[in-house]
Write a protein that binds this ligand. Structure first.
Ligand code: KG4
Ligand code: ZN
Length: 353
């Protein structure tokens, strides 16, 4: 069984071919065409240009992914995301399914991020605590089986990736913010020694960590950075303090994400802990989360996709589709894009394990 998968929910036009043989999954191709250059001058994704670029790129990207493969089904991201972007992918997939008379599988983008952890051996085992950290979404989930995912908590305001992007703008680091902040943070030690502004004396808030629930909040942290930049730039050029601000902001986000994930690990004692979404590409976060998991009193395996599989791609959509029950295979008539689609949530069934 070969599945052609499409992902166009934001600013990457992506197509992949996945093969499932006797329960084993192989990625045969995984093509991503990034629109970073188009959006860079706006300091963020410009939705109208994103849809236009998807329209231009979708055919060449699919052609490249298909190469000589003949798919038996097509999977497509139906939401959440930018509606214009989603419509390009869903309409292409519907037309392809209609012309080739093949089944079509609607995939939630967040489910795709979760299944990026199933790209490599060994796969996570259930129950798994899953942290999704992307540009549009931040949440912690308890996954007990392939069709039982319960939300433990989500962000009440900004997503972690959104906070990276907004703080990068404040620090005049450009777009996309996540990689720019992490590169800047690496320069911190030499700069703080010179200007005596250290991460310790900045000490940004680690919001929500004192609370017992699993919700997140990043807008207070972003505002704290804004006020600090205003205060410090009265005395220092931004260039002189930028790396320390970036490093302390990044560490505050990491402390919040690890703190909440460990809280869930103590409560649910999962077999596996999985990190995914674009912010999972952050090396400091990956390394510090791996250490925190290894220090837990009970054993949980730690899973994080490769950097390439952390940010948006179509292979993760194909893998999610490969794990769906054939009952979910449908026809082009039942596929609709939904910008605000949420994950199916079984949280009312959560029992302690
Ligand atoms: O999952 P993703 O590719 O798209 C969405 O579904 O939103 O995530 C994109 C987000 C952006 O906010 C970007 O700044 C962030 O992931 N990101 C990073 C890094 N690479 C990408 N954040 C922190 N550190 C990184 N290295
Ligand atoms: Zn994403």
């Amino acid at each position: 069984m070969k599945i052609l998968a499409l992902e166009t929910s934001c600013d990457e036009t992506a197509a992949a071919v996945i093969e499932k043989i006797d329960g084993e999954i192989k990625i045969l191709s995984n093509i991503v065409s990034s629109q970073i250059e188009i959006h860079q001058k706006f300091g963020g994704v410009f939705p109208e240009y994103a849809s236009r670029a998807h329209t231009e790129k979708i055919i060449p990207v699919v052609e490249q992914a298909l190469a000589c493969f003949k798919p038996d089904a097509i999977a497509v991201t139906v939401g959440p995301g930018l509606i214009g972007s989603l419509l390009v992918g869903t309409n292409f997939a519907k037309t392809y399914a209609y012309v080739h008379k093949m089944p079509i599988i609607a995939i939630n983008h967040l489910l795709g991020h979760i299944y990026s952890n199933w790209a490599e051996d060994p796969c996570p085992r259930f129950p798994a605590v899953i942290l999704i950290v992307s540009g549009g979404h931040t949440g912690l989930y308890l996954m007990k089986s392939h069709d039982d995912i319960a939300a433990l908590g989500e962000t009440l305001d900004d997503a972690a990736g959104e906070a990276f992007d907004k703080v990068a703008k404040l620090l005049q680091l450009g777009y996309p913010g996540g990689p720019a902040i992490s590169a800047e943070a690496k320069k911190c030690k030499s700069q703080s020694a010179k200007f005596k502004i250290t991460m310790q004396n900045l000490k940004f808030p680690r919001s929500m960590l004192e609370r017992k629930d699993y919700n997140f909040s990043f807008s207070g942290l972003k505002t704290a950075v804004l006020y600090k930049v205003k205060e410090l730039t009265k005395h220092y050029p931004l260039n002189a303090i930028r790396s320390t601000l970036a490093a302390e902001f990044q560490q505050a986000v990491i402390d919040i994400l690890i703190g909440k994930t460990m809280q869930a690990a103590y409560e649910y004692r999962p077999e596996s802990i999985c990190l995914c979404g674009g912010v999972a590409a952050n090396r400091e976060l990956r390394e510090q989360m791996a250490k925190a998991v290894s220090r837990l009193p009970h054993h949980s395996s730690f899973h994080v996709p490769s950097i390439q599989m952390s940010t948006d791609n179509a292979a993760m959509i194909g893998i999610a589709a490969a794990y769906q029950s054939p009952k979910k295979y449908t026809t082009y008539k039942n596929i609709n894009a939904d910008a605000n689609l949420g994950l199916p949530d079984n949280s009312s069934n959560i029992r302690k394990i």
